[in-house]
Design a protein around this ligand. Structure first.
Ligand SMILES: C[S@@+](CC[C@H](N)C(=O)[O-])C[C@H]1O[C@@H](n2cnc3c(N)ncnc32)[C@H](O)[C@@H]1O
Length: 206
């Protein structure tokens, strides 16, 4: 199913599925990744809007999301927040309708695991960033430190993708960010679940 058609049931249960990771890991990371993004900010794949409350009030934020079911939930969350500095647009990370070098920061949170064309999404992030801008990310990645877990992630990917609305547990996203023309400024790793690392950090156009 394309993201434009959407995943109605995944969207309906997403916040419940994500709540444990959110409470244990992500709510501690989002203040650094989203909370320090000032100026004009683009977030790709906002989902149900988990990040929206973390942006500073002075930032001008555009959140994009292709899945109509996720999008509606993000709209509801934004209305509940009652802020005026965030707008939402329905769009895929691979095809973003914005001018070159028009954002100070591009943010991706648990999205590069799911986009159908990771190099194209990262090329868009690179295109949209000002030369001094930052790409800010939180992503779960393949476990390359353990042969057992890495192989298991490779094996379960077809089923995982089906259950998880296109999510790949085995992407080497740090390498993909570097291959897209970014230099990692800082990066930290956290254990999301047994055998499942997540990385978060900031990269700049190189
Ligand atoms: C695991 S959710 C993460 C949602 C949110 N960013 C968060 O941190 O909770 C992945 C999101 O990526 C979106 N997505 C899937 N394909 C995409 C694409 N090609 N471009 C942008 N977003 C996409 C999905 O619709 C979903 O909302």
């Amino acid at each position: 199913m394309s993201p434009q058609q959407g995943h109605r049931w995944f969207a309906a249960v997403y916040d419940r599925i994500a709540s444990r990771g959110e409470a244990r890991v992500f709510k501690h990371i989002r203040p650094r990744i989203m909370g320090e993004a000032q100026g004009r900010v683009l977030e790709i794949g906002v989902g149900t809007g988990a990040s929206l409350s973390y942006y500073p009030a002075e930032a001008q934020v555009v959140g994009t999301e292709p899945d109509p079911h996720m999008f509606r939930r993000a709209e509801k969350r934004l209305a509940e927040l009652g802020v005026t500095n965030i707008e939402l647009r329905q769009a895929s990370a691979e095809e973003l309708p914005f001018d070159d070098a028009s954002f100070d920061h591009v943010v991706s949170s648990l999205v590069l695991c799911t986009v159908s064309d990771q190099p194209a999404a990262l090329a868009q992030a690179r295109r949209l960033l000002k030369p001094e801008g930052t790409f800010r990310f939180i992503e779960h990645v393949r476990n390359d430190e353990s042969r057992f877990w890495g192989t298991l992630q490779d094996l379960i990917t077809p089923v995982w993708r089906w259950c998880g609305a296109g999510c790949h547990p085995n992407r080497r996203t740090q390498q993909a960010i570097e291959d897209a023309g970014f230099r990692i400024e800082w990066l930290e790793q956290v254990r999301l679940a047994p055998g499942t690392p997540a990385i978060y950090g900031v990269a700049r156009p190189s």
